[in-house]
Design a protein around this ligand. Structure first.
Ligand SMILES: NC(=O)c1ccc[n+]([C@@H]2O[C@H](COP(=O)([O-])OP(=O)(O)OC[C@H]3O[C@@H](n4cnc5c(N)ncnc54)[C@H](OP(=O)(O)O)[C@@H]3O)[C@@H](O)[C@H]2O)c1
Length: 277
C-alpha cells in the first residue's frame, strides 16, 4: 500500500539548486514539510519561499555537510521547527572533470569529505530522530549516481565517491531492516543542473564529464521518482531505466566497457589537441 506523505517531513541537503531543490518542491507539492541545507543562503531562501508557496512549512539552514557539527545543528533545528523527522535525503555533492593522476591529494580528500563523509554525517544525525518519530516514514535516501557502477575517464574519483555511497546504502539497508528503517539509493544519469558547470570549474580543460544528450534528463524527473520512492520504498531508484540496463551490461562485460571508455577518452583528447593547435 502506498504511504501517505501529507504532513510528513523530509530533510534535504544540497537543496539550493538542481536535484535537491526540485525534490524539495516536489515533496512540498505532495504535502510534505521540508527542511533544506546548503551553503548559499540567498538560493536557500528563494527555494524555501517557493516551497512555502505550495502551502507547507519550509525551513532552511546554511551549512557545509563536511562539518559534522553543522549537520547535527541543522538536523536538531529542523526537527524542532518542523516537529518531526520522517525522511532525509543526503543529496549534496559535486564532481570535478579531472583525470585521476592529475587530482591533488587535498582535492581527492575534499571530494570524499563532502560526497561520502557528508552523506554519513547526515544519515548519522537524522537516524535517531527518524527512528523515534511516531508513525514516521523512517526513510533514509542517498543521491548516488549511475556512476556508482562505472569509472569513466575524467571522473574516476567522483565515481569512487558515488560507488562508496551506494555500498554504504546497501549495507545500511540490511543493518537497519530490523528497526523498520528503509534505505534507498538514487542513481541519476546526466541531469541538467549546475553540476556540470561546477565540475568544469573544478577540473582541467578537455576533461569535461558531460554525458551524451540521450543520457540527459531534467531534475524534476529525478524528483518525481524520489517522491514515488517515498510513497513506495525501493532499494534503488534509477530515474532512467535504460541507464540501469547499460550499467548492468558494463559490469557483465568489463572488457567491452574498458574498450568503449578507452575509445571515448582517446576521441575527446584528440578533439582537445585539435582545438589547441
Ligand atoms: N547532475 C547530474 O548529472 C548528476 C548525476 C548523478 C548524480 N548527481 C548527484 O546529484 C547530487 C545533486 O547534484 P545536482 O546535479 O543537483 O548539482 P547542483 O545543482 O550543483 O547541486 C549540488 C547541491 O549540493 C550543494 N552542495 C555542494 N557542496 C556542498 C557542501 N559542502 N555542503 C552543503 N551543500 C553542498 C550545493 O549547494 P551550495 O553550493 O549552495 O552549497 C547544491 O545545492 C550530487 O550528489 C551529485 O553527485 C548529479
Amino acid at each position: 500500500m502506498a504511504r501517505t506523505l501529507t504532513n510528513k517531513t523530509i530533510l534535504i541537503t544540497g537543496a539550493s539548486s538542481g536535484i535537491g531543490r526540485a525534490t524539495a518542491l516536489a515533496c512540498a507539492a505532495a504535502g510534505m514539510h521540508v527542511s533544506m541545507m546548503a551553503r548559499r543562503e540567498s538560493k536557500l531562501r528563494e527555494a524555501a519561499a517557493a516551497a512555502s508557496a505550495l502551502g507547507t512549512k519550509a525551513h532552511y539552514f546554511v551549512g557545509n555537510v563536511a562539518d559534522p557539527e553543522a549537520v547535527r545543528a541543522w538536523v536538531d533545528e529542523a526537527d524542532r521547527t518542523l516537529g518531526r523527522t520522517d525522511a532525509v535525503l543526503a543529496n549534496a555533492g559535486y564532481g570535478a572533470s579531472i583525470p585521476v593522476m592529475d587530482m591533488s591529494d587535498a582535492d581527492v580528500r575534499g571530494m570524499f569529505e563532502v560526497n561520502l563523509h557528508g552523506t554519513l554525517h547526515v544519515l548519522r544525525a537524522a537516524l535517531p530522530y527518524a527512528m523515534t518519530t511516531d508513525g514516521g516514514l523512517k526513510h533514509l535516501l542517498v543521491t548516488s549516481s549511475c556512476l556508482s557502477e562505472l569509472g569513466p575517464p575524467g571522473a574516476g574519483v567522483y565515481a569512487a565517491t558515488k560507488a562508496g555511497q551506494d555500498l554504504i546504502a546497501q549495507a545500511l539497508r540490511a543493518e537497519l531492516a530490523g528497526e523498520g528503517v528503509k534505505v534507498s539509493s538514487i542513481h541519476p544519469v546526466g541531469t541538467k543542473t549546475e553540476f556540470f558547470d561546477v565540475a568544469g570549474e573544478q577540473g582541467t580543460p578537455g576533461s569535461r564529464m558531460d554525458p551524451p544528450d540521450i543520457f540527459m534528463q531534467r531534475p524534476e524527473r529525478v524528483a518525481r521518482r524520489i517522491v514515488a520512492c517515498l510513497r513506495r520504498p525501493r532499494a534503488e531508484v534509477w530515474p532512467m531505466r535504460t541507464a540501469r540496463v547499460a550499467a548492468g551490461l558494463a559490469t557483465v562485460f568489463p572488457g567491452v566497457t574498458a574498450w568503449a571508455l578507452r575509445r571515448g577518452w582517446a576521441k575527446q583528447q584528440a578533439k582537445v589537441r585539435a582545438g589547441a593547435r
